[in-house]
Design a protein. Structure first.
Length: 122
């Protein structure tokens, strides 16, 4: 798998909402648009879609869920380096890991997008 030269990490400071994460790298503007598609009974996000604008693409997304002090929870890594282009400009239905019982997704607490220049991995 090729090593990545990330140009930017765009992340939510808290649980994601329907939001746009805007950023500038080397004078080029871009954004990640997040659309939360389902929530649990407490209103925590469970699944989301994303798309990217500007001359950037996503090589990986890390979706963290569950309590920060719970060692049994972790994160899901969506690694797009294995796609034909090695990156994507959008994806759907991303979620955190299953709860310890394996019965439902944990509420999402944090999302990090690892950005590359569009076409950098092709």
């Amino acid at each position: 798998m090729p090593e990545l030269d990330f140009v930017h990490e765009a992340d939510t400071e808290n649980e994601p909402t329907d939001e746009t994460l805007a950023f500038t790298v080397n004078g080029q503007q871009g954004s990640v648009i997040i659309d939360v598609t389902s929530t649990n009974m407490e209103g925590e996000p469970l699944r989301f879609d994303f798309s990217v604008t500007g001359p950037f693409a996503v090589a990986a997304v890390i979706v963290k869920g569950g309590p920060a002090n719970d060692p049994t929870t972790g994160a899901n890594l969506y690694d797009y380096r294995t796609t034909p282009a090695g990156q994507v400009e959008a994806d759907e239905t991303l979620h955190a890991q299953l709860n310890p019982n394996g019965t439902a997704y944990t509420g999402i607490s944090h999302v990090a997008f690892c950005m590359v220049e569009d076409g950098a991995q092709t």
